[in-house]
Design a protein around this ligand. Structure first.
Ligand SMILES: C[S@@+](CC[C@H](N)C(=O)[O-])C[C@H]1O[C@@H](n2cnc3c(N)ncnc32)[C@H](O)[C@@H]1O
Length: 246
């Protein structure tokens, strides 16, 4: 088998990038050379005899295993973006800023026949994201290092979806409207409600229609013999504002 692969035991997972050297787990040491002759679904043992399952590296693993720079958008919010914009898998998507590259990666994965253009102004963040995209095997992402407020001057009206998760999002809304195709969506993600309100009014003023502002709450539960209770301590991640150019 070829890397990357995931080694899993219960909730514990490790991303293996190269089939060489050793991996130190809390259950003992795994000789990664042994993986070369194995298949997905097989097991590998630590030197203490604890078994780990070998799984393929898939989109479901991105959130846990991507190297982080800026705070990424969470899967629950990514799911909402896909569903509420009715993402078609042949879209041209603009994402700014790239940060860790989480939303760009998920969008590229689901937008199989299309392309994601992602813009990040910090070179070192763009580098981390590039490594994440490479390891994930995503080839339909075009990365640009620069300030989207300037870079987008060269863009034409051809985007089906624009996702903003960056400061200065309000400033970019007029340009976003200009470069979106008719019927296209703008999604703006913000952790703060005051910024969300500004985005909402600006989008309406510029001409976006069907503008919705909401947040998604995901509450995890732990089930124990004595009973079941919420596990999630921090419920809020961010607010989404979604509008359409129609
Ligand atoms: C919260 S992070 C984005 C995380 C990303 N959505 C993800 O899911 O991994 C915000 C990023 O926007 C970048 N940024 C801020 N203003 C920008 C601009 N005008 N142009 C390009 N990138 C910008 C920051 O450097 C930062 O990396």
């Amino acid at each position: 088998m070829k890397p990357p692969v995931i080694l899993a035991r219960g909730k514990h997972t490790f991303l293996v990038e190269k089939l060489e050297g050793t991996l130190h787990t809390h259950d003992g040491i795994i000789n990664l050379e042994e993986l070369k002759d194995k298949n997905f679904g097989d097991e590998v043992e630590t030197h203490l005899g604890v078994k780990y399952k070998i799984l393929p590296y898939r989109a479901v693993d991105f959130f846990k295993h991507f190297k982080r720079s800026a705070t990424p958008i969470m899967p629950k919010d990514i799911g909402a973006i896909i569903a509420y914009t009715g993402l078609s898998p042949d879209s041209l998507i603009l994402d700014a800023g790239t940060g860790t590259g989480m939303i760009a990666a998920y969008m590229a994965y689901f937008n199989k026949y299309g392309e994601v253009v992602t813009v990040e102004k910090r070179k070192e963040f763009a580098k981390v994201a590039r490594e994440n995209f490479k390891l994930a095997g995503l080839k339909n992402i075009h990365q640009i290092v620069g300030d989207v407020l300037f870079v987008a001057e060269g863009f034409k009206r051809e985007f089906d979806l624009i996702i903003l998760d960056m400061k200065d999002d309000v400033k970019f809304i007029p340009k976003a409207y200009e470069i979106l195709n008719y019927g296209g969506f703008l999604v703006v993600y913000n952790p703060y409600i005051e910024d969300t309100r500004n985005v909402y009014y600006k989008m309406i003023k510029i001409g976006f229609r069907n503008v919705e502002s909401f947040e998604i709450l995901k509450i995890d539960y732990e089930h124990k013999r004595v009973g079941t209770r919420p596990l999630t301590r921090v419920w809020h991640t961010g607010f989404l504002v979604i509008g359409r150019k129609i």
